[in-house]
Ligand binder design. Structure first.
Ligand code: AHR
Length: 506
């Protein structure tokens, strides 16, 4: 069967925010310590304690934002413990993740230094679960206030004169779970309360992100949206205490007690993973529909600030560290998510993969012994997609898509999205079929186009992955199989592959 993708090149839709390609760094396992941060005395080349190779790799992704310090950790974190001379910082126990001692050597200044090195915008998650309104308000003041104030003075005493710009602020994390096991009504009141004190300082405008639902918890979304209805006399945002709701959804093939293995999976588990990843589309549609009732002009965003695969940890590693390998299957899970974000560009303003290094669906892995840095297959999907950042989404209509039944759903095996910027367009195509190629006609309408070049990500087996010994087993390669066709272009995608084609519009 030949699939047709009708792409209207002359009808640009909503802008795909570059922030949907965002990242997440929690104090969890080896994400911060050993991932981003090695300390100034480490043998690994570093800039003020931050791994230089990690900065280089993430800059190549044009990393738009970085969420920190959690996750569940955020609701146990007290920011004053992580400022001032390192040798005087108190220690604490990271009770969520491995029960290990956290020495607070990576704190506020180190995080903002990292963001500056990366060229990424900071997204700070404040502590609602075990913090206070005052603590959160003072953190905002410490970070963003110019001029004279007690917190600005403390920041200066710690060596930083200029305030930082912190555009994104989380009002807690997973309040329905590790953030306090709250009921929706209770958290909704707290979110209004805390948000009132997360103030814009000078021209630092804060985009407040309240805890939204997990998976398909539409009742939570309804409660949150209803909670500020009285403040929003008209649909323009300033009256709203927060500007966005978060959404968390993880892909696994099993259950929370046995999530499935990262690299050893059956054909059935291949499809279950992709079918469950495709649920993101359904969640976005349904949550957005609930939000539409209160916010028909879509001023309130959805921030998918935790998404990705969650597998059983690699044998022999600390179960509390959530370290897992990453295969071509993970890469295609990422492609399925990005396609969903592109299609919902009018509502999804940001997304953060969980997590950037050494935790869950990481884009980078570091070897604890040799220090080697490995780019995962997921990294390459991010890199191949940079052309979608801040481009206008294009409407894509698919016809004759082969399907498979998996996990009680019909999974379409070909996924295509496209965007346009200036006189170019980028088309992403994924063939989710584990064993068969897919033929796709790009039926290009509205403008004429030539293919400027294409790249493909695939490998001999669906479980192929990268290691320090074989760092490029899965890596993008040039692809010359995009041919002219009477209706546009014809692409033959190998099995289990992801492809991007750059078009020149004329
Ligand atoms: O990303 C790992 C954890 O998953 C986060 O800390 C938490 O928010 C979620 O449950």
């Amino acid at each position: 069967m030949t699939t047709t993708a009708i792409i209207n090149l002359d009808l640009p839709g909503p802008i795909i925010s570059r922030h949907v390609y965002g990242h997440f760094a929690e104090h969890l396992g080896r994400c911060v310590y050993g991932g981003f941060w090695v300390g100034e005395d480490a043998k690994v080349p570093n800039v003020r304690g931050i791994r230089a190779d990690v900065v280089e790799a993430l800059r190549a992704l044009r990393i738009p934002n970085l969420r920190w310090p959690g996750g569940c950790f955020a609701d146990t974190y007290h920011w004053r413990d992580g400022v001032g001379p390192r040798e005087h910082r108190p220690r604490m126990v990271n009770s969520h993740w491995g029960d290990v001692v956290e020495d607070n050597s990576f704190g506020t200044h180190e995080f903002l230094d990292l963001c500056e090195l990366l060229g990424a915008q900071p997204y700070v998650s404040g502590n609602v679960g075990s913090g206070s309104v005052r603590e959160m308000a003072e953190w905002v003041e410490y970070l963003t206030r110019a001029g004279d104030s007690p917190m600005a003075a403390l920041r200066r005493a710690h060596g930083r004169d200029k305030p930082w710009r912190v555009p994104f602020w989380g009002i807690g994390n997973e309040a329905w779970g590790c953030g306090g096991n709250m009921r929706a009504e209770h958290y909704a009141s707290l979110a209004r309360h805390y948000s009132t004190f997360v103030r814009d300082q000078g021209d630092n405008k804060v985009y407040r992100i309240a805890v939204g639902p997990s998976d398909g918890d539409y009742a939570w979304t309804e409660t949150m949206m209803r909670s500020f209805d009285d403040l929003a006399a008209d649909p323009v945002a300033p009256a709203a205490p927060f500007q966005a709701l978060s959404l968390h959804y993880y892909t696994m093939t099993g259950s929370w007690s046995d999530k499935g293995a990262a690299t050893r999976f059956t054909e059935d588990e291949w499809y279950v993973a992709l079918s469950r990843a495709s649920l993101m589309e359904e969640y976005l549609t349904r949550h957005s529909t609930v939000m539409d009732r209160y916010d028909p002009h879509r001023k309130v965003g959805l921030v998918v600030d935790e998404w990705g695969t969650w597998w059983n940890v690699e044998p022999g590693t600390n179960p509390g560290f959530l370290y897992q390998q990453n295969t071509l299957r993970d890469a295609l899970v990422a492609a399925v998510h990005f396609d969903a974000f592109h299609r919902h560009a009018d509502r999804v303003v940001m997304a953060n993969i969980a997590q950037t290094i050494n935790v869950l669906q990481a884009v980078l892995l570091t070897d604890p012994d040799s220090g080697a840095l490995v780019r995962t297959p997921t990294y390459h999907v991010f890199e191949m997609s940079t052309g979608h950042h801040d481009a206008a989404s294009l409407d894509v209509h698919l016809r004759d898509v082969p399907t498979v039944e998996s996990d009680g759903r019909e999974l379409g095996l070909v996924s295509v999205t496209a965007s346009t910027k200036d006189d170019g367009a980028l088309v992403s195509l994924a063939n989710l079929d584990i064993g068969s190629p897919a033929e796709v006609v790009l039926d290009l309408r509205g403008r004429t186009a030539q293919c400027r070049g294409a790249r493909i990500l695939t490998a001999p087996t669906p479980a192929s992955h990268n290691t320090p010994h074989s760092p490029s087993a899965v890596a993008p390669a040039g692809f010359d199989g995009v041919r002219e066709h009477p209706r546009g272009l014809l692409v033959e995608l190998p099995p289990h592959s992801y492809l991007t084609a750059e078009l020149q519009l004329t």
